[in-house]
Design a binder for this molecule. Structure first.
Ligand code: NZQ
Ligand code: ZN
Length: 388
């Protein structure tokens, strides 16, 4: 049975090869001064920066540049972005990049007019914004997080060894997002595959929970099959437009809250991944791939029916003459094979994590209660050890 739920998603999407010119429709809706948010320079190398600048100028905007947003944006960078926005009385935040730029833009948006320290208010006390919010738009260049159509904003505090996500509401979700699959062609292979696994894991986090017959789970299975199929094409030919466009679209639907409606969700792999990220600053998708199999193998007995269903419906495992445990394990073995095909990081050691760090990583791992097994701190530590 589907539980009761609310659903709304206010982001207007523009998808396709010509979608950037939709800025001409969107920019006139907002004020004159635009804070242009971007990362370490990929958009300058691949020409996206020039195209965006031209459209901003053509729309009469005053552009305040805010580059240098790092992967896994830090609280120090957030404070810097807030200062830039305040000093220039910015009316609109335009993020051009991946999840890091989009998340950062959302974190700035709720902090510009906030009288308190944003880290304490939003990331430690998890309070909701009660100030004016500066609107955000996104031009996506890296696929994976779904940040273009959700309220998530993950910020890292290295001093406190914490990487924390706050999921903000409708007022903070990007007003629009521009998705041109061609913009992702220049991604380094490692980023492409990390993004692909991030998508897949977002779906897993919402699928491995609950026991009801639920439409959301059927949608999840279809999305997973599409990601597996397209990823195999994209790793052979990164410029296959069809594959890259399917991956881009699946990423958006994997985390725009649709597939979690009416059911519980797990999110433990992400909690592990975020704590690993706080210690290693590693690529988000790889922090997930490194812990996934030890975690899923550990919780499999507690959610055996769903793991069996995953094996049969997603990996097309032949169930004939096998026990449920064997079928479920075969599904995870298929997943492991696919992860290795993609060349994902399969253990924490490769990300720079050490035995000495594991206690701290375990302490920084928030324990969620929506999955098949609520872990104890000892179980968290054991899964981390098995992932090392
Ligand atoms: O900084 P530049 O030079 O632009 O390079 C970036 C960066 O190094 C590069 N890149 C992006 N587009 C490119 C490109 N390089 C060449 N060509 C292009 N077209 O890719 C690198 C990674 O970018 P980043 O934005 O960091 O990656 P991603 O999209 O994976 O975002 C990661 C952040 O999002 C958070 C993660 O925790 C992490 O902080 N997440 C946000 C979520 C949300 N909002 O719901 C959910 C996710 O689970 C995730 O936690
Ligand atoms: Zn993720």
């Amino acid at each position: 049975m589907l539980g009761n739920f609310e659903y709304s998603n206010p982001t207007k999407l523009y998808f396709g090869e010509d979608s950037l010119c939709s800025l001409n429709k969107e920019l006139p809706k907002y004020g004159k001064t635009v804070q242009l948010i971007y990362g370490g320079g990929s958009i300058k190398k691949n020409g996206i920066y020039d195209q965006v600048m031209e459209l901003l100028k053509a729309n009469g905007k005053i552009v305040i540049e805010d580059g240098g947003v790092m992967p896994n944006p830090t609280v120090e960078k957030l404070r810097e972005g807030v200062q830039i926005a305040r000093q220039n009385h910015v009316d609109f935040l335009l993020a051009v990049g991946g999840g890091s730029c989009c998340d950062y833009a959302k974190a700035v948006s709720v902090s510009v007019h906030c009288a308190e320290d944003p880290w304490e208010k939003y990331y430690i006390r998890f309070e909701e914004p009660d100030c004016e919010i500066v609107p955000v738009g996104c031009v996506l260049t890296m696929v994976g997080t779904g940040s273009e159509m959700n309220g998530g904003a993950v910020i890292t505090n290295h001093d406190q060894k914490l990487k924390i996500g706050h999921v903000f509401g409708d007022q903070v979700i990007p007003k629009f997002a521009i998705l041109n699959p061609k913009f992702t062609f220049t991604l380094p292979r490692q980023q492409m595959t990390a993004g692909i696994y991030d998508i897949f894991n977002h779906i897993c986090e919402q699928y491995f929970s609950g026991e009801d017959d639920n439409t959301s789970d059927y949608i999840s299975e279809a999305l997973m099959k599409s990601v597996i199929h397209s990823s195999r094409i994209a790793i052979r030919n990164p410029e296959d437009y069809e594959a890259r466009s399917n991956i881009m679209w699946a990423a958006t639907w994997a985390l725009n809250t649709l597939v979690s409606r009416g059911k519980s969700t797990d999110w433990m792999v992400h909690m592990f991944g975020q704590s690993v990220g706080a210690y290693t600053d590693a690529t988000h998708g790889m922090t997930l791939s490194a812990v996934s199999l030890p975690y899923y193998r550990y919780i499999m007995p507690y959610g055996l029916d769903k793991f069996r269903r995953f094996a049969v419906n997603v990996w097309e495992v032949d169930a004939g003459g096998k026990s449920d445990e064997q079928i479920a394990e075969e599904g995870l073995s298929c997943m492991e094979g696919w992860m290795k095909e993609l060349g994902l990081v399969m253990n924490l050691g490769e990300l720079g994590a050490t035995e000495e760090m594991l206690g701290g990583i375990a302490d920084g791992t928030l324990i969620m209660e929506g999955g098949y097994k609520v872990l104890t701190r000892d179980e968290v530590l054991n899964i981390l050890k098995a992932s090392l």
